[in-house]
Write a protein that binds this ligand. Structure first.
Ligand SMILES: [Zn+2]
Length: 384
């Protein structure tokens, strides 16, 4: 296997380069291209792969196996030929900012709380960082402050290649127990960590580091973070949400939480009033309908199984007759059928036979459903 010279290791700002095509083979979803050297960073260490173009064809993905970097492209390239490569600068810059921001925050969490970074994911829309100790909101806020202070102080970010002899004398964060070819990324006074990815040259380039949310995860914490351009987008999104709520509640932006609380309290008060009015209305209808006594069929728009049963039994007690109460359901109607003198089962069975319903119960009370309209139920009752 060919070893690719990794230009991104020492020239992180290099976005355009020329290289010789060592091999090009067709594969699923394009072509696998290996160059003698590349500025394209492969997916490694939690950081996503670069995109861009190579000799005019698009680079869809980049991966590394041993020392070989493979570019997946959407077109073939001439083996032995020289090609120009252009890395998508905006994507790379975001990756470097977020990744360096993660180093700063991880370094700070390590120094302040002895927390170890046990997972990092740099996605297109989501960035998470896992640490192995539980942390309080106040501790996280203090770490966030310290991380941003390191950004404001615009500290240098450098790459070191210590010799095997120097390595044991250095204290650095590392995921793997390597002894040779260790690449250390040093953030002056903040962090020293083994890492293969490109980083920005000074912490000021990172921009804001914001912990957006945190949750307890595997005995430690999972932090969602927004760094640099992500933080700006997140800020914009939240500001426009706050603004929309402020306008719709007609309260100043700083008072929307209290405004929403007042609204929720008023709404639950209104709900209680509406429920009381509905009950009063039903009872009035029931009293009017049952005045003449005898058998009855009542339709209500919004009763659940308990409501249907309650009203059917109440009405049956008032009229001494057999009473059917129905409410529209997904398919047809739900109903309750009540009678103090019995006969509910027989009537329920004849309705099911006529309309194809289902349900059951006692002779004094049956409940079920009928896949039928109000008119069909009334017609079936007329014949029963
Ligand atoms: Zn790194």
């Amino acid at each position: 296997m060919e070893t690719t010279t990794k230009l991104y290791e020492n020239e992180q700002c290099l976005l355009s380069f020329t290289a010789t095509v060592l091999s090009c083979t067709a594969c699923e979803g394009g072509f696998r291209v290996v160059l003698d050297r590349t500025a394209f960073f492969p997916a490694e260490g939690g950081q996503g792969a670069d995109r861009g173009t190579l000799g005019g064809v698009r680079v869809l993905d980049v991966s590394i196996d041993g020392g070989t970097v493979t570019h997946r492209t959407d077109g073939p390239l001439p083996v032995g030929g020289t090609v120009e490569g252009h890395v998508d600068g905006a994507r790379r810059r975001r990756h470097m900012q977020v990744h360096t921001g993660e180093h700063i925050l991880s370094g700070v969490l390590h120094t302040m709380y002895g927390a170890t970074n046990v997972g990092f994911h740099l996605g297109e829309t989501e960035v998470t960082l896992d640490v192995d100790v539980p942390l309080t909101e106040a501790e996280l806020a203090a770490a966030e402050e310290a991380a941003n202070r390191a950004v404001f102080e615009n500290r240098a970010v450098t790459v070191l290649y210590p010799t095997p002899a120097e390595l044991p004398t250095l204290s650095y964060r590392a995921k793997l127990d390597l002894t040779e070819g260790v690449r250390l990324v040093k953030i002056e006074g903040v962090d020293l960590c083994a890492c293969c990815a490109p980083h920005v040259a000074r912490t000021g380039e990172v921009g804001l580091i914001k912990i957006v949310s945190s949750m307890h995860y595997k005995g430690g914490m999972r932090l969602s973070i927004a760094v640099g351009p992500d933080a700006l987008l997140d800020y914009r999104r939240r500001l426009s949400a706050v603004h929309a709520v402020s306008v719709s509640l007609s309260v100043p932006e700083g008072e929307i939480a209290a405004g929403v609380e007042r609204l929720a309290a008023a709404l639950s008060e209104e709900r209680r009033t509406v429920a009381a009015l509905r009950t009063a209305l039903r009872e009035e209808r029931l009293a009017a309908a049952t005045q003449g006594g005898g058998d009855l069929c009542l339709f209500y728009p919004d009763l659940d199984a308990v409501g249907l049963r309650t009203y059917a039994e109440q009405a049956a007690a008032m009229t001494g007759g057999i009473v059917l109460v129905a409410s529209p359901a997904e398919e047809g109607h739900r109903y309750a059928l009540a009678s103090r003198r019995g006969g509910a089962r027989a009537l329920s069975a004849s309705l099911h036979a006529a309309l194809g319903g289902r349900g059951g119960g006692r002779d004094e009370l049956c409940q079920g459903s009928l896949p039928a309209t109000r008119e069909e139920i009334l017609a079936a009752l007329g014949k029963a």
